[in-house]
Design a protein around this ligand. Sequence first.
Ligand code: 5GP
Ligand code: ZN
Length: 113
Amino acid sequence: MDCIFCKIASKEIPSKIVFENERIIAFEDINPKAPTHILIIPKKHIPYIAEIKKEDIPLVGELIYVARKIAEEKELDKDGYRLVFNNGKNAGQEVFHIHLHLLGGRKFGWPPG
Ligand code: 5GP
Ligand code: ZN
């Protein structure tokens, strides 16, 4: 399958990995939008939020749990951080393999741009 994040998960494409287990891999974003910008993805190919199945609920929950652990390791939890799923055209989703953005190290605006 021609999916860049599947290739990162299989190490076919190199990335700066910050966490990995059997189900999930987290790596630094190649074009960071904040001092810390990490992408947390399931190894399973799920293209959009709408493709999440009931059986994926624990997996999707674990993405958030992994984000929390990385945020704590990087001491982002004191000042706060942002977790984002871009889904579809209006949100600017570019890679069609779901990924949770962990952004930290600066103050973020609200509402988002
Ligand atoms: P989206 O807009 O789909 O939510 O975010 C996709 C993200 O993936 C972007 O922040 C982009 O910089 C990142 N990205 C795209 N291609 C690569 C890549 O080959 N390696 C890494 N590490 N990040 C990538
Ligand atoms: Zn994929």
